[in-house]
Design a protein around this ligand. Sequence first.
Ligand code: MTE
Ligand code: MOS
Length: 760
Amino acid sequence: MNHTPGIMTEPDLIQYREAAHLSGETRYIPDMELYRGTLTGYAVSSPHAKARLEHLDVSLARTSPGVAAVLTANDIPGPNTMAPVIDDEPCLLPEGGTCGYMGQVVCIIAADTLENAKKAASLIEWQWKVLDPVLTVEEAMKNEDFLFKPLRLKRGDPAHVMENAPFRKKGSLEAGGQEHYYFETQAAYAVPLHQGGLLIRSSTQNPTDNQRFATSLLGLKASDVEVQVGFLGGGFGGKQTQATWTVAWSALLAWKTKKPVLFIMERDQDFRLTGKRHPFKAHWEAGFDHQGRILALEISMSYDCGWCNDVSIAVLHHSLFHMDGAYYIPHIDSVLYGCRTNKPSNTAFRGFGVPQAISVIESVITQIAQTLGKDSANVRWKNYYGIRKNNRTPYNMLVEHNILRAAHRQIVQKSDYFGLRKKINAFNKKNTFKKQGLALVPGKFGISFNESFFNQAGALINIYRDGSVLIHHPGTEMGQGLHDKMRTVVHRELGVSTDFIRVADTSTSIIPNTTSTAASTGTDFSGAALKDACDKLKKRLNPIALKMMGLEKGKVVWENNTVSCKEAGTGVPFKELSFHSYMILESLSEKGFYKRENIGFNLDTMTGRPYWYYVMGSSVAHVELNLLTGQFRILDMWILHDCGEPVDKGIDMGQIHGAFMQGLGWCTLEKLITGKNGRLETYSLDNYKIPGIYELPENFHIELFQGNPEPLNIHNTRAIGEPPLIYALSVWLALQDARGTTLPIPATREELIKPLYNEE
Ligand code: MTE
Ligand code: MOS
């Protein structure tokens, strides 16, 4: 790295952050140096989607060469569960139990090599009674096979208002799932400690949950197990709860063998075993007036949750609270069903149920516009939440700092939306096999964990006597730039240049009881906890600094590596203050804590404040579709997104790009196919397409909305990680606009070359 010490300028910051990634130096679990004698872990899966394990015998496998241990459910010292919310997910399928999907893990093996572990696996003797799997939500709906009671949110009297509405329209929508495809597969490394207990390096968004299950499965105490996290090669939600698996398995095997165990899922195994974004089928009916204003809306969505709960109930709650999208809907009734199917257990995925909800409400608006022969952007305008009236959500939360109409106005102008509309009409008249389309999609995304106790964070700052600073926070770094942002927060608070601030690996031993780095709250939580620690440090060190300046009192500022009193025109270098404080027996270490109180909702009335604030913005997509080949180009993509005052503009811009592209994959490319027997037929990049460089919009115009700081959040910023994903829906809707038909998600090329005919 080629930067001079001292104050880092913006380009320097970017260089510092990107250097390790770009040069391939960032080290993930598979890149770790290993202890001598490290064993390799391997998981053995059920070969059926639904079957009773009648008989299991691993004795022969145990004698196979190189094998150190073969463990079954009987070998687990503690309770056999690793279910994060509702207790329906065993760690290993016990003999006599019924597997829930093809891939459910029955036993785990530790051997000297992966080859030997796999050889041993082929020696396992078992008998299964095969049962008929349930593979579709229709079947689950018919059997009323739900993982939890359907969730319902109702306001007003939609049935009555619907009856009397001037216009009515019915529709349905089907959307598929999405594989996370983090580049680093699920992985953990468990090392037995000489004083007892375990040290586990994990690729997880949720070290505390890893610790919780490693300890409960082994009958240990939380204080016996440390989980450490370096960099994740991507998480995207897939490592919120399911990173626990490799941790649990490596911990069990390390405990049994008293040897370090490295557990890395192979790509196809990870693909087949772990859960994905929730697919769904939705039916809706809208009642509206001649301007397209929604008067009443009824929605029912059947979510495919897979074989067990995982965090599905939380995903569906988040979804339910976004059925309104960016729109005030006076009378609404939405019912969400969590269907059980014999497929991998679907889990958190960037957006956490929100993209699904938004896809439904945005197709409702689009079809209302079509029915009335109006431009859908104008119908959106009619329906937005208002600032002084029509500003309460169906769950009765006030929509504050509402920039929906401002962002709409700006993006319409930036994209010359209505000018484009005319050009597109002319183009489409002239061309038979190529059609262009246009769509505008707003964003409104609630930030916080709906579950109130998750909304907390601790932090620890150590200043060393040489003036260098080590910061600890509960968040994990998965590529979203959290560590760099935290370095910037502390730099702003203490005035120390960023090259004197180091972010430690995340550890449950240093920051206990952490919340998953999820719901886009990493910066909000860790940043505020670090600021609290900075405030406390400054409070204690200010009098010392003043004394060093020969002053009794004065206003102290911390900037440019100096602690100074402007009115006295004097100051001391931060480095000297650090050393002097140490010499006079002052502690240079401080804890910080942050909590968001009063977040949550009443489960009986389904009202409350599930979010601390909303993130908003708008987007416009202009596409050109070749009707004969199904190929399309994104000619122009505009995104205007409000992240308040960004902590790091470069990172936030990167997150918008990344989230959009990932959303584009879900909307147009990534199709999961499950065979009749419940086997996932898409399990690698050979048969599953994720977005690449060729899918980029030809012109990508991303801007940050100006002038709307978030007063409730650290340094007036707003969360960024997930919300921009929903802007990809504008491409999906622009394709519908080009074809003049509805489309499912994903609108793959197979969908896009289907003949054009009126589906009704
Ligand atoms: N960006 C990268 N590069 N890699 C990731 O795994 N995960 C996303 C988002 N951006 C992810 C990412 C998801 S699902 C979330 S919830 C947030 O980052 C989490 O980090 P944050 O809370 O610090 O924004
Ligand atoms: Mo993100 S889906 O909340 O990890």
